[in-house]
Design a protein around this ligand. Structure first.
Ligand code: ADP
Length: 544
């Protein structure tokens, strides 16, 4: 029997229309360094229509790719809404990509128009002359754009365009936006989100089993709009009617804390390294971070020490989440099970998260068999669901998929309540004497030491054990803790054979373009002999 309900496609257009009509007074607030610029959703809605008309005037048709090379601000949200709604495809370009990768992704996606922050025009100028598909460049904001030839200013473009746009009836399975993974190995791979996947993902983000984004929220959107669509937060905020506070490129601790104190956001999302810096600055300056009802944090493992400190000082819960560019990115959110609070909640809060409604997860062992959901059986995590990619754009990668599931490249466990624990990336685990050491667990144990600001653990070759862990440690200011003390601290907290005997004290952990620990740089520095390494004696008692 067929159901009786109407067919209406799930389109970004509907998210846009709803927010424009019913959330008229909600605001986008953009930090400009000195002060803030504000526009309500009704005003922004008119500008979105004008942008669509202007892009059409530049020759953008359905299916064409429009790149953005921008930080987080009002105009970038306008592009988020206009480009997919008019049937074109929004391609957010990571401002921090190496030139070669940037050229590759523009070329691979065949971007026709690029909307570029004037402030980063020279970065685009380095490569765009080698990108034959790019016909027009639109520049946003103040800055010297002379390095780019033939640009048109965003405001000038909108001035010449009318409001009102006859949004097309699209097939919900058409691409709405695309992102490339940051490509830690090989070329970046493209994920093309559909209207349907983004619509469902936005709804999921507003639900109480995930981020619970609501009209009462003021969201500080720290995670860059070029990183997995800022975790989908601009769309969820627009549909819910939350205010969006956009920090542009002011992502250092000092301006972020200033924005928090002045605008008093209730919610925010960013990777742990950002919150670590914000916390360090706020502690040193007696700042007030108490306005948040919650902070969502993910992209890499969130140390318990960070969650504890935020809660103690400001009463703000940090909620860990897990996801990937390939999963839109919402995959799992570490909300403890019903009735579990206080101390008992820690084992759940420190896991990567509980699978979000819409996403299924399973563990597959080294032989390709599905392992038990018992929180103990370790293997690669595989996921599937309506906002998980089923392929890469124009790039066959059969090894990344398995019977219709995405292979995440993350190693871990799933328990019977659906909580994922990530012990490592497949490429970062330390294989020692036939056993695996989780670099992430060692890092978390080290970062719980009061003198340790950051710690990254990488595998280095070892004649006897194949690989051994090298701990690269950044101490807090003023601390001069010795490797031997840290090794002692780890004994009793992790298995004895896990304790590293090679240590390097470094000024800062190198980070990737999206702010994660860049362990391949540390491995390369070690291989070249560029790291100063101290030893604390071999894995004395072995693993017996
Ligand atoms: P890339 O893989 O290009 O760095 P992503 O941002 O898509 O870009 O990264 C996804 C990866 O980030 C996941 O596969 C996982 O390894 C890691 N990750 C995300 N959230 C967490 C988390 N809460 N704990 C541990 N690792 C995480």
């Amino acid at each position: 029997m067929r159901g009786t309900m109407q067919e209406s496609p799930l389109l970004i257009r509907e998210i846009f229309r709803h927010g424009q009509q019913v959330n008229r007074t909600s605001e986008i607030v953009t930090f400009e360094g000195g002060g803030f610029r504000r526009a309500n959703f009704a005003e922004v809605g008119g500008r979105v229509e004008r942008l669509a008309n202007a892009l059409r005037g530049l020759g953008v048709r359905e299916g064409d790719r429009v790149g953005t090379f921008c930080f987080n601000h009002q105009e970038h949200v306008e592009a988020y809404l206009a480009v997919p709604s008019m049937g074109a495809v929004l391609h957010t370009l990571n401002v921090r990509l190496f030139p070669e990768q940037l050229r590759y992704v523009i070329d691979h996606a065949e971007d026709k128009v690029v909307i570029c922050d004037a402030a980063v025009a020279p970065l685009l100028a380095r490569v765009v002359h080698e990108c034959p598909t790019v016909e027009r460049i639109v520049t946003v904001g103040e800055g010297d754009v002379s390095s780019l030839s033939e640009t048109i200013g965003y405001e000038e473009l909108l001035d010449g365009a009318a409001e009102g746009f006859d949004w097309p009836d699209l097939d919900e399975h058409e691409a709405a936006a695309m992102c490339y993974t940051s490509g830690t190995t090989g070329n970046p791979k493209g994920v093309a989100y559909t209207h349907r996947s983004m619509y469902l993902h936005s709804l999921a983000s507003t639900s109480s089993v995930a981020l619970g984004i609501a009209a009462s929220d003021r969201i500080l959107v720290v995670v860059p709009q070029f990183h997995a669509n800022a975790w989908g937060i601009p769309y969820a905020g627009w549909l819910a009617g939350a205010d969006l506070i956009m920090p542009r490129h002011f992502l250092q601790a000092e301006p972020l804390v200033k924005i928090i104190e002045l605008e008093r956001p209730t919610f925010a999302g960013a990777v742990p390294t950002i919150w670590n810096e914000v916390l360090r600055y706020a502690e040193g300056h007696g700042s007030d971070l108490s306005s948040f009802r919650a902070i969502v944090c993910g992209g890499s493992a969130v140390p318990r020490s960070l969650i504890e400190r935020f809660e103690q000082l400001y009463g703000v819960p940090i909620i860990q989440a897990w996801g990937m560019t390939e999963t839109s990115p919402l995959g799992a959110v570490a909300i403890p099970p019903r009735g579990v609070t206080g101390e008992e909640a820690w084992p759940y809060r420190t896991k990567a998260g509980r699978v979000a409604f819409g996403v299924e997860a399973r563990i597959v062992d080294g032989e390709g068999s599905v392992a038990a959901r018992d929180g103990e059986s370790v293997g690669e995590i595989e996921v599937r669901g309506p906002w998980v990619t089923g392929a890469y754009y124009g790039d066959d990668a059969p090894d990344r998929f398995h019977d219709g599931w995405l292979r995440t490249g993350d190693v871990g466990t799933v328990d019977e309540l659906g909580f994922l624990a990530i012990t490592d990336r497949t490429k970062d685990v330390i294989k020692t004497g036939g056993e695996w050491i989780s670099s992430v667990e060692l890092e978390n144990a080290l970062m719980a030491h009061p003198d340790v600001f950051e710690a990254a653990v990488v595998a280095v070759p070892d004649q006897r054990w194949d690989e051994r862990p090298l701990a690269c440690v950044v101490l807090r200011e003023g601390a001069d803790t010795r490797a031997e003390e840290l090794a002692d601290y780890l004994r009793g907290r992790v298995a004895r054979w896990w304790v590293p005997e090679k240590w390097s004290f470094i000024g800062e952990v190198p980070k990737t373009s999206v702010g994660k620990f860049d362990k391949k740089v540390l491995r390369a520095e070690f291989a070249k002999g560029d790291l100063e390494v101290v030893s604390t004696g071999g894995p004395s008692s072995g693993r017996s």
